[in-house]
Design a protein around this ligand. Sequence first.
Ligand code: UD1
Length: 329
Amino acid sequence: MAVLVTGGAGYIGSHMCWLLEEAGEDLLVIDDFSTGFQWALPDSAKVYEGDVGDQELLAQIFKENDVDAVIHFAGSIIVPESVENPLKYYLNNTAKSRSLIEACVTAGVDKFIFSSTAAVYGDPEVVPVDENAPLKPLSPYGTSKLMTELMLSDVSNAHNFRYTALRYFNVAGADPKGRTGQSTKNATHLIKVACEAALGKRGHLGIFGTDFDTPDGTGLRDYIHVWDLASAHYLALKRLRTGAGSIVMNAGYSDGYSVRQVIDAVKAVSGVDFEVREEPRRAGDSPKVVAQNTRILAELDWKPEYNNLPKIVEHALNWEKKLSLRNSL
Ligand code: UD1
């Protein structure tokens, strides 16, 4: 019995693959390598290069292997790009998910774990935000993910098919053992950008807005270590294997850190006092996005190991250094 990871060569997907390998699971990956890297994968992964919306390829994968479950990461994730090119997001995140879900139903694959996002809440009125809060995405990215959640819900009512949607908050850090990390060029994530500034890959870091209604005026976010997030997926898989029903869960620590606190942590861990400039707000940014995580703690026996901002930063920084060496080869 194997687990099929879509987008397994990407940032979060590759951590999932290493975790599954450590757990002794048979591992299949489908990835088009548009943003992922073959070297990020464990050797034991059986890799299919192709499109996650290609139903012929999916039927072949399901025929050639005894697939127990699908963990679906493949998709597009850049919020501003989704505003400029919404159809790309409705194709990659919604239409191709539909094709994948249909292929699962046809092949009788009945367990599915989906990468959703806190972006489905938009600018939450109550923080920490729980899963029953109004769903008001502010971008086509958030809407494209929400549409897939809705499809999953309908499909699970109609067919022998159960799913878990994990709504990720701000994923950060890298594999504690240094095998993979966030490797995308031109990334916009705060912790990655700050690590790049600390290593001199960028001249400075801009703080996007200092006049929010938050303790120090900068944006508050719930940074979750990517390894803890991968663990949550594995526990969600084990839960579905017990026969438990479909569920939607926030994946975050329920702790908010401001942009200034993140910058201070990166400066302290790296020992580099890089230049920081105060800049205007970035369009569409919410003041505070922090998870209420009581559901995931109750439903999964999830014991986050890295709920510690300096640790997250240390792992991100170590990976960024490795990436510099790799790129200079
Ligand atoms: C992140 C995810 C998004 C997800 C959302 C869920 C990324 C790139 N995006 O968005 O996919 O749906 O969480 O809530 O991870 N900031 C700066 N300067 C910078 C970069 C960021 O001040 O150079 C600030 C932002 O204004 C924000 C915070 O840092 O307050 C985090 O930003 P970022 O890492 O881009 O993630 P989100 O926009 O929260």
